[in-house]
Design a protein around this ligand. Structure first.
Ligand code: PMP
Length: 395
């Protein structure tokens, strides 16, 4: 049905388009396609036995009925305690009442936009940036501006200049193994970002769904753990990439007064995140070996990343550049000259291989020669074959 036959829609929907990544996912599930498109975790690595046992325990015995009941908006108290302890263990000191459980970290982004932004508020983002965060900010009527970036992420000198000119309400970034580029913001730049936030009084929204998927090097201190960020940072985490995205479980660490306001926004959004899923997640954190599971996951993903990086030189034309991520799920490519990845995609699909063109990840002036490849959902052998197919399109 054409929207012209509908009664009026909200004006704020006008500039917000459907995520091409989600639209593309439909095409790439065709049998035989080797897809580097979706940012999906590998399903064969889900800990189905551990999760089945956790769900079984929370649906047995006297607590089963409580676990199927409505529950507090802030989240299951036991889960908040476990999440706070995990964050504290990762160098981010957190009290349970500084954590809000969310329905995926995507909901945290929606709540952040609803709570912090007015129509016209300026939001600064990396360029390129995570698409569905852009959707949240655009839906809130914000003015989204890109911060110039290089191979290490946000350029602090450019940020310093932009904050004076644009007076942002918040800066959104994925500083560790970013989506879509895979790059990581080095420690001195993290400090510079936190100092600028303190100096100019804007919020830092640090989105970190990939930080625990590290395949080389030592972990970096989260921006939110730096003293300059205290009281002005929101840190987002998720079960999606480390356990399973279908559980739709995320969390938001925020200064306590902000947790109160975000909780009001969450009441309006969904009352609370699924009680039974939260109970099972808490049970899983208590009883299963998540650290062991993470080691297995990182071991498998490291081999997949290495297979992709090894195959790229022969699959791409001379002059192609790509990132070499220390973790996460993505490699970001730039083809030489005036290549157009969007035009190349149908040719790739005809050869049963898929990727995501880079253009939609840009707020302004897209670079059509860029594309994103995800290395997590195929074996090293399939990745090699997929890049052989892609090579026939690119070279
Ligand atoms: N932030 C980033 C950077 C992401 O890549 C994703 C998922 N692709 C999300 C947030 C949302 O994740 P979820 O809602 O599954 O936690």
């Amino acid at each position: 049905m054409s929207t012209s036959t509908l009664p009026a829609l909200a004006t704020r929907m006008a500039g917000v388009t459907s995520s091409p990544v989600r639209d593309l996912l439909a095409l790439t599930t065709r049998p035989g396609v080797i897809s580097f498109a979706g940012g999906l975790p590998a399903p064969e690595l889900f800990d189905t036995d551990g999760l089945r046992a956790a769900f079984d325990r929370v649906l047995s015995g006297p607590s089963a009925r409580r676990n199927l009941q409505y529950s507090p908006t802030e989240g299951d108290p036991g889960l908040r305690e476990l999440l706070a302890a995990r964050l504290t263990g990762r160098g981010l000191p957190t009290e349970p009442d500084g954590v809000l459980v969310t329905t995926g970290s995507q909901q945290a982004l929606t709540l952040v936009a609803a709570t912090l932004l007015d129509p016209g508020s300026v939001v600064l983002v990396e360029e390129p940036a995570y698409l569905s965060a852009l959707q949240c900010f655009q839906l809130a009527g914000a003015r989204v501006l890109p911060v110039p970036c290089d191979d290490d992420g946000i350029d602090p000198a450019a940020l310093a200049e932009l904050v004076v000119r644009a007076r942002p309400r918040l800066l959104y970034l994925v500083p560790t193994f970013s989506n879509p580029t895979g790059r990581t913001l080095p420690a001195p730049r993290r400090r510079a970002v936190a100092e600028l936030a303190a100096q100019h009084g804007f919020w830092i929204v640090e989105d970190d769904p990939y930080g625990e998927l590290r395949y080389r090097g030592a972990p970096l201190t989260p921006i939110s753990a730096l003293p300059e960020a205290e009281g002005r940072s929101l840190y987002l985490g998720s079960f999606s990439k480390i356990v399973a995205p279908g559980m739709r479980l995320g969390w938001l660490r925020a200064p306590r007064p902000a947790v109160g306001r975000l909780t009001v926004a969450k009441q309006a959004a969904d009352l609370h995140t699924s009680t039974v899923d939260q109970a099972a997640a808490a049970e899983y954190l208590r009883g299963a070996d998540l650290e062991g599971h993470l080691r297995g996951l990182c071991g498998a993903y490291r081999l997949r990343r290495d297979a992709m990086l090894a195959a790229l030189p022969s699959a791409t034309p001379t002059g192609t550049r790509w990132t070499d991520p220390d973790g996460g799920m993505f490699v970001w490519l730039r083809l030489p000259g005036d290549a157009d990845a969007t035009r190349l995609l149908p040719l790739a699909l005809r050869r049963d291989v898929a990727f995501v063109p880079g253009a939609p990840f840009y707020v302004e002036a897209p670079d059509p020669a860029t594309l994103r490849l995800s290395f997590t959902t195929h074996t090293p052998e399939e990745i090699t074959e997929g890049l052989r197919r892609l090579g026939r399109v690119l070279t």
